[in-house]
Design a protein around this ligand. Structure first.
Ligand code: HEC
Ligand code: HEC
Ligand code: HEC
Ligand code: HEC
Length: 419
């Protein structure tokens, strides 16, 4: 039993180690869901949208979308490599010792969901997928984890969209009763799970169908902001969805809510025709002034590097060759060789596009070190105002608090004392 009582860091690294083990790489099996729709009519889809579905499929495999999403057309990545399933297993007490889970569960409870892409070709328009992949916006207000900004060219995004997306034709604007539609959204329980930003807040009303508490919890976390429906889905797809979500997407977390055909029409009319305010863009917050008290490596390491960054920037030797997507590469990223798990690794910097080492402390014209810019950029992404040039860190996860950014910046400003 003793061997299980490892310090948290060691046990997680060892388990994450599985992540890098090449023997663990299973050949993904094609799944009939999205590919069936694309392969049967690939040529017409390609003609309509301009993307190449076959190339898109290959990219979905290469970019490892199956480390977060189900329903990609590829078997889920093994648990030891899966950025969602391992966290879910920890919450469900299927992984780790009881003692470890006490420490882990509070850390992973908010990062245990990603929407499944099952039947995406019956739901999500290609144009929308293409633009979303290039610049993801926060669509799920209750979900902490975000769709990461991946390293994709516009052409690659188009190809992926051709593989995953629905081939939609222009449809006339829905004609139901907008006012009645709004009333239904307020009374049928829609607002209990969904937000619709840009309109007056939806009322939270009882849902007419029974739901298991666990299912309910997940549904509330992954319910999308309904403001995006008009951009994501053709009206006829929303009609089909509201009539029976599980008939469209077998693993849907949205229950079938009894609505007459006329009611469905009215709801759809509201979703497409309601006046919505422009999206709220929140510029990144002002950084706090650097601290005058001494900040040691031990403190920054404990609160930031080993708490958050290390999960993607770890030491490859420790983890059987896989230093995570921010070090060895993965999720379609080039290996950047940035090991944030110890002092020397951080000092060694990262590999730029030319394959040369570059410091993460190099200052821009305004005197801000690169690492600090990456931390602020994550706030900008969350606020809907991505800065573009530097990718936000931690990639796709909650931005660091201003106090933690201040700690990193103060440590750098003090000449990075070791102790
Ligand atoms: C590290 C985890 C992660 C990886 C890797 C990832 N995604 Fe996502 N993705 C998410 C999360 C989380 C969301 C939901 C974000 C939101 O709604 O705000 C999301 C949302 C999406 C959506 C929108 C789905 C919907 O129903 O709204 C699409 C499409 C998508 N991802 C495609 C992809 C593709 C294609 C890849 C691979 C090229 C990929 N994702 C890789 C985490 C990931
Ligand atoms: C083998 C199981 C496992 C896998 C696979 C896994 N994680 Fe985790 N993850 C954990 C555990 C355990 C914790 C909490 C550890 C702790 O307390 O230090 C965690 C925590 C995290 C955190 C820290 C959250 C915070 O509080 O700052 C991030 C970020 C994270 N994981 C990202 C990922 C990403 C990205 C992947 C896929 C590349 C991944 N994880 C794959 C087990 C796993
Ligand atoms: C129990 C929570 C819950 C309730 C109640 C609920 N939904 Fe949903 N809804 C979801 C979830 C979760 C999804 C995402 C489903 C998925 O991807 O599996 C969703 C998806 C949708 C979508 C597709 C949007 C997109 O971006 O993919 C529409 C439209 C929608 N819901 C409308 C409604 C309407 C209208 C009502 C009320 C009649 C309603 N929902 C009630 C949880 C709920
Ligand atoms: C979910 C995985 C993930 C997490 C967590 C993460 N990173 Fe990264 N990081 C990456 C990836 C992937 C790259 C490579 C990006 C690229 O190639 O554009 C990267 C690159 C970087 C870079 C160098 C590249 C640049 O353009 O500046 C810095 C600095 C960085 N990360 C800092 C951090 C810090 C600090 C943390 C913790 C607060 C962190 N990262 C957490 C995945 C992650």
């Amino acid at each position: 039993m003793r061997s299980w009582v490892l310090p948290v860091a060691v046990s997680v690294a060892a388990l994450l180690a599985l992540a890098g083990c090449p023997n663990n790489d299973k050949k993904p099996k094609p799944d009939p869901s999205p590919s069936a729709a694309t392969s049967s009519s690939a040529s017409s889809l390609t003609a309509a949208h301009g993307g190449d579905a076959a190339k898109g499929k290959a990219l979905v495999e290469k970019q490892q979308c199956n480390r977060c999403h189900d329903g990609t057309g590829f078997e889920a990545a093994p648990q030891g490599k899966h950025c969602v399933h391992c966290h879910t297993d920890i919450m469900d007490a299927k992984f780790g010792s009881a003692e470890s889970r006490v420490k882990w569960q509070p850390r992973v409870k908010d990062i245990q969901d990603a929407p499944s892409l099952e039947a995406s070709s019956k739901r999500l328009g290609k144009k929308w997928i293409e633009s979303y992949l290039l610049l993801p916006v926060d669509q799920r207000p209750a979900l902490v984890q975000a769709m990461p900004r991946l390293d994709l060219t516009p052409e690659q995004a188009k190809d992926i969209a051709a593989y995953l997306g629905a081939d939609d034709k222009d449809e006339p604007k829905p004609t139901g009763d907008v006012a009645k539609g709004r009333q239904l959204l307020d009374t049928k329980g829609c607002g209990t799970c969904h937000k619709m930003t840009g309109v007056s807040p939806l009322a939270a009303s009882p849902v007419a169908v029974p739901l298991e508490p666990k299912e309910y919890g997940r549904a509330m976390r992954v319910a999308p902001d309904l403001r995006f429906v008009r951009d994501k889905m053709a009206p006829s797809r929303v009609v089909a969805w509201l009539t029976d979500p599980k008939a469209v997407k077998a693993d849907s977390s949205m229950p079938k809510i009894p609505l007459s055909d006329a009611e469905v029409k009215d709801v759809v009319a509201y979703l497409y025709n309601a006046q919505i305010e422009a999206p709220r863009v929140t510029p990144p917050p002002q950084r706090l002034p650097v601290l005058t008290r001494k900040v040691t490596f031990e403190e920054v390491d404990k609160k930031v590097f080993h708490r958050t960054c290390w999960h993607c920037h770890s030491e490859p030797d420790y983890a059987i060759g896989d230093g995570g997507p921010g070090n060895s590469g993965g999720l379609g990223f080039k290996p950047r060789g940035l090991n944030l798990s110890d002092y020397a690794g951080i000092a060694a910097g990262f590999l730029n596009d030319k394959g040369e080492r570059e410091s993460v402390f190099a200052k821009d014209a305004a005197g801000v070190p690169r690492m600090v810019r990456a931390l602020v950029a994550r706030h900008a992404e969350e606020g809907g105002a991505p800065t573009g040039e530097v990718r936000g860190m931690p990639l796709g996860y909650a931005p660091l608090s201003l106090e933690d950014i201040q700690l990193v910046e103060s440590w750098i400003a003090q000449g990075r004392p070791r102790s």
